[in-house]
Write a protein that binds this ligand. Structure first.
Ligand SMILES: [Zn+2]
Length: 103
């Protein structure tokens, strides 16, 4: 019988993804990410800052980044009619800095 650990792709996934040590982020938290803090695609920095009303922060970290989903349609009252209109990778340190009350 072949064990899971023998499969190289499984070993890589376990090594790369770790549970993130971060306080809970309540839905509705407003966060601002500088262009250098988030990624519209895995290998490309964003070109503008963004203000996000957080819907959820994923609890798994990959290469120093976590997925954040939320809204950019309205700062005060999301009105796009979806559960989240923004979902991208963000530097964990950027999220952590804002939970600490500033950067
Ligand atoms: Zn929205």
């Amino acid at each position: 019988m072949r064990r899971r650990e023998d499969r190289p792709e499984f070993a890589v996934a376990v090594a790369a993804v770790t549970a993130v040590d971060l306080p809970e982020v309540p839905a509705g938290t407003v966060m601002q990410f500088a262009a250098a803090d988030w990624y519209p695609s895995p290998r490309r920095h964003a070109e503008h800052d963004v203000t996000v009303v957080v819907a959820a922060v994923y609890r798994q970290e990959l290469a120093g980044r976590i997925w954040v989903r939320g809204h950019v349609c309205s700062w005060h009252e999301p009105d796009c009619g979806t559960s989240a209109c923004w979902e991208y990778q963000v530097h964990t340190s950027a999220v952590r800095a804002q939970l600490g009350g500033g950067r």
